[in-house]
Design a protein around this ligand. Structure first.
Ligand code: AMP
Ligand code: MG
Length: 435
């Protein structure tokens, strides 16, 4: 028994490579691959979408000082409770003396004493003695004959209101981000707010890929009888780039054992993972099986899914290997369901970062056979009632790439599920995330 077979046996008790549930295949693939060890230091501007290779601990308080959250007057809360003018009645406004101004980046040098206030703009450091900001909309300023002004507070706020405390965003010594986090725009800004300009990130995985098939022509070649243009290498190039890995395009390889062997060996020598498309369906797989067994360890699966039933998985030398089906839609579905999570693990990303699916009502009736997971191509749109619903993009054949191009989500119909009635909730995986 080779190590792949042992690993699979350890993952599940009733393993059937000819009817493998999607979740088990995903678990095996992501569990079998290993994270890369390499780390590099990069400036923040080059760190977008990279995977953090260190824990980031805040060396400072953010914000560094208590500061005003609104435009208004910095006051002592004690002065708001008891009006300083002894003669005031119950409903009389509180009167404070305006002694100066603090702007963001320009603090007030003195302190706020009893019955005093300082004009503050948002972001200004709170002057000494003041603990509360009265927003300007609830005050009235009255100019005095001696050139000073008095502030009348109509609606006193509670103590501490409209003040951002030092360390409120991040306290010094606090763990801010942990290793394995993929850096998105918010994380870049968060690291910058600590005054840190460089981070340690994992090396980007190198992923070699090629298409197999005697019928494939490359762009620029005329189409001979029975030929089609190779589209899979272009969707793969796009998906790999989006996944944050370094793509290595090895072109089209004929269905010929000698060429396949040479290309697989070259791929394994230069890449951390290898992706092929085509050649794993029942009729074609036989001569590849022997080849793979010789070069590494590969399991041939029929996954209980649609589209994308046949798939091969394992390793060639030290590179993870994904043998995807040839059909263009099946390539995309199997990439997103199996390859992308495994690449995230190879890249060192912690699994917690993967986005959760949505549940929305289906706009129409969907036909579905229990016993396999289906990835139908859908479009999300919002109705006048404010509810987002999913509809199909039309023809759903696994070779119809147009269905992917028109879609903005997968409608995932789970293994046990049967037909879906209009209005039933369905699981949806949107193609695009905000960050
Ligand atoms: P296979 O898995 O090799 O049997 O291929 C299944 C179907 O996908 C066949 O109709 C192929 O012609 C088609 N196909 C395979 N590879 C590609 C490719 N690189 N680009 C477009 N279509 C392909
Ligand atoms: Mg083929």
């Amino acid at each position: 028994m080779n190590t792949l077979d042992q690993f699979i046996a350890g993952c599940m008790s009733n393993y059937d490579p000819d009817a493998l549930p999607v979740d088990d295949a995903r678990r095996i693939a992501a569990g079998y691959v290993v994270p890369l060890a390499g780390v590099e230091r990069v400036p923040l501007t080059a760190a977008l979408d990279r995977v953090l290779a260190e824990d980031i601990v805040s060396p400072i308080n953010v914000p560094a000082h208590d500061n005003a959250a609104m435009d208004g007057y910095a006051v002592r809360a004690a002065d708001l409770a008891v009006p300083p003018a002894a003669s005031s009645g119950a409903s009389a406004p509180i009167t404070l003396r305006d002694i100066g101004t603090a702007l963001a980046g320009h603090p007030y040098a003195g302190a706020v004493g009893r019955g005093e206030c300082v004009r503050v703009m948002t972001g200004a450091v709170m002057p000494a003695g003041a603990d509360t900001v009265v927003i300007q909309e609830t005050c009235r300023t009255v100019a005095q004959a001696d050139g000073t002004s008095t502030v009348l507070v109509a609606k006193p706020p509670a103590r501490g209101e409209n003040v951002r405390l030092a360390g409120e965003d991040l306290a010094r010594g606090r763990a801010v981000l942990t290793t394995g986090c993929r850096l998105r725009p918010a994380q870049l800004g968060l690291i910058a707010s600590l005054g840190t300009g460089e981070v340690s990130v994992r090396r980007r995985p190198r992923v070699a890929f090629f298409s197999t098939g005697d019928e494939l022509a490359s762009i620029g070649e005329p189409l001979a009888a029975g030929q089609i243009y190779d589209s899979n290498r272009y969707t793969l190039h796009g998906m790999l780039t989006r996944a944050g890995v370094e793509p290595i395009d090895l072109g089209v390889v004929r269905d010929d054992p000698a060429s396949l062997r040479a290309t697989l060996q070259s791929a394994a020598a230069q890449a951390d993972a290898i992706i092929t498309t085509g050649g794993v369906s029942v009729g074609e797989a036989d001569h590849i099986r022997a080849l793979m067994a010789d070069l590494g360890e590969v399991a041939f699966w029929k996954i209980a899914m649609r589209p994308g039933r046949p798939m091969a998985f394992g390793r060639i030398a030290d590179a993870a290997f994904f043998g995807l089906p040839g059909n263009p839609v099946a390539v995309m579905v199997t990439f997103y369901q199996f390859v992308q999570p495994a690449l995230a693990r190879i890249a060192g990303q912690s699994a917690a970062n993967l986005p959760p699916p949505l549940r929305v009502p289906s706009r129409e009736t969907l036909r579905k056979r229990p016993g396999r997971t289906e990835y139908q191509r859908g479009i999300l749109s919002r109705d006048a009632d404010g509810q987002t619903r999913a509809s199909l993009t039309g023809q759903q054949g696994s070779g119809v790439l147009r269905s992917m191009a028109e879609a903005d989500c997968f409608i995932v119909l789970e293994h046990e599920r049967g037909d879906v009635a209009a209005g039933d909730l369905v699981t949806v995986q949107p193609f695009e995330g905000l960050q």
